[in-house]
Design a protein around this ligand. Structure first.
Ligand SMILES: Cc1cc2nc3c(=O)[nH]c(=O)nc-3n(C[C@H](O)[C@H](O)[C@H](O)COP(=O)(O)O)c2cc1C
Length: 217
């Protein structure tokens, strides 16, 4: 893992280069470079489930709801997750594409908050990802009407058997299962530091670049 203080000291320096995976300043910096660096360090630091994040969506009547999902890809800066389009989150995203993402890496005393717009990835991307999944997960995607009421566990297991029989060979992707990608408009990098004097660095998207601010902890 990189030296946290070195990275954050570098934020203060005002040089703008990234060297050996370390950040030496943030003017003109790209939040994705820091996002990638922190993600790599979360893996190196053996954070539990480093690619799990809290996805928050908002219902038509303004009620937020949150759940953990996995970050599966970063395609040209769009952060990709996979799920059931007919789930609660899918319905809420249909009604309001503004979502937030939250990564928490306790061993590194870090969180990253992201806000952005969410939309479905092109079908070919979902097809390719679905095809790469183990058969059990593919059958599970058919069997689970995610977020709908289930009378009991047997009902789900019965549906698994039905789809096992229906698709003895290749399993096609269900139409209502696929990827969403989130295009971030704001990142906040939070680094825990002694005496609650934590670092908070915010990147806000402007028309052409990122505006960077430091917030009080
Ligand atoms: C560690 C972890 C990873 C998860 N990853 C996903 C995921 O990638 N996609 C997904 O649809 N649900 C995932 N879930 C389940 C969701 O938290 C949630 O239960 C499900 O998506 C239904 O949410 P909804 O009813 O709000 O749509 C994960 C749960 C945990 C605890």
């Amino acid at each position: 893992m990189g030296d946290i203080n070195q990275i954050m000291d570098a934020f203060r320096d005002g040089h703008h280069e990234f060297e050996n995976g370390h950040l030496h300043g943030f003017e003109g910096a790209d939040p994705y470079d820091l996002f990638n660096l922190w993600t790599e360090e979360a893996v190196a630091n053996e954070e539990m489930e480093p690619n799990a994040f809290v996805l928050s969506t908002v219902s038509a009547n303004g009620q937020p709801s949150s759940r953990i999902v996995y970050l599966k890809d970063n395609i040209d800066g769009k952060l990709v997750l996979y799920t059931n389009y007919s789930s609660l989150k899918g319905e809420e995203i249909d009604g309001n594409s503004k979502v937030s993402m939250l990564f928490f890496w306790p061993k590194s005393a870090r969180q990253i908050r992201i806000e952005g717009k969410c939309s479905k990835v092109p079908a070919e991307i979902s097809d390719a990802y679905f095809a790469s999944r183990p058969r059990g997960s593919q059958i599970g995607a058919w069997a689970s009407n995610q977020s709908d009421v289930l009378s009991d566990r047997e009902e789900l297991e019965k549906r698994v058997e039905e789809y096992e029989a229906k698709f003895p060979n290749e399993v096609p992707r269900p139409e209502d299962w696929g990827g969403y990608w989130i295009e971030p408009s704001k990142f906040e990098f939070w680094q825990g530091r002694p005496s609650r004097l934590h670092d908070r660095i915010v990147f806000r998207a402007t028309d052409s670049d990122w505006e960077i601010e430091r917030l009080n902890p």
